[in-house]
Design a protein around this ligand. Structure first.
Ligand SMILES: [Zn+2]
Ligand SMILES: [Zn+2]
Length: 264
């Protein structure tokens, strides 16, 4: 499996992806908003884009579908529940479906509601797994829920699916939000040394064209939405929410963090 992360450089800071089979040269494009950049990259590599996958229905993820499909004849894949919101779907994905790219690549579809209620992530079936997570999980952050999602569902997705992934899973999100997200982690957990060191490093040389790819192990250190039992996180939250119990559940902590992040 070959992964190309394509930085759009737009105001929304989207990342687009191409996933290619090294044997056949067939490729799948994830959320190819910048269809020109995606097509150009595929041409440079000698790849044929045969499938387009939308992680979810938001226009900054689906906006390139028309031009991309017109140029390539690719099939369009998305969550089964997105049939009404995403025009021209060819393949409706359910949890556990396997998306094949060429001869060698297999991607497991995960049903990951929360950011929207029709969101899929893809998990590569490779020795080092790679997670293409759209707007569900960001580097050092979590998706918002005000575009058709729900924070309870997002928590369930984090706790029951993302938290269970192998520690070496690589994280490929739909946006470049890492520096902002690290600042939020540090606002919530000022003594988080891993987050502080990484933010310092990125402030010196952050290049979204050659972005840092984190692992799940690293996310558990720097992403406040995985640090729900940290004493500092809980104590700081109780300053903002005095009603929060001394030993809140991870679910309660997640919801309060998500609420604070909305206005942060
Ligand atoms: Zn979105
Ligand atoms: Zn987005």
């Amino acid at each position: 499996m070959i992964v190309e992360q394509i930085w759009t450089g737009n105001a929304y800071r989207n990342f687009n992806y191409l996933i290619a089979c090294p044997e056949s040269g067939e490729a799948l494009a994830i959320d190819p908003l910048d269809h020109k950049k995606c097509l150009g990259r595929a041409r440079d590599k000698g790849w044929q884009i045969t499938q387009v996958l939308n992680t979810h229905e938001h226009p900054d993820h689906t906006g390139g579908n028309g031009a991309m499909i017109e140029a390539t004849g690719a099939k369009l894949l998305a969550h089964a529940n997105a049939q009404r919101s995403i025009k021209g779907m060819d393949v409706a994905l359910n949890a556990g479906d396997v998306v094949k790219v060429g001869k060698t690549v297999e991607l497991l579809a995960l049903d990951t509601p929360g950011h929207t209620m029709a969101h899929v992530c893809l998990l590569s079936q490779t020795e080092t797994p790679a997670l293409f997570c759209g707007d569900t999980l960001f580097n050092a952050g979590a998706g918002n829920c005000h575009g058709g999602g729900h924070p309870d569902e997002l928590y369930q997705t984090f706790a029951s699916q993302l938290d269970q992934l192998p520690e070496n899973t690589l994280v490929y999100p739909g946006h470049d939000y890492i520096t902002n997200n690290l600042a939020f982690t540090l606002d919530r957990e000022p003594d988080n040394e891993a987050a502080a060191a990484l933010l310092k490093e990125l402030e010196a040389n952050h290049d979204p064209d050659a972005a840092l790819v984190t692992s799940m192990a690293q996310e558990k250190e720097i992403n406040t939405f995985f640090r729900l039992t940290s004493r500092t996180v809980i104590d700081r939250l109780r300053e903002a929410f005095p009603d929060l119990p001394d030993e809140p559940t991870p679910h309660e902590v997640f919801l309060k963090l998500r609420e604070l992040r909305n206005s942060w």
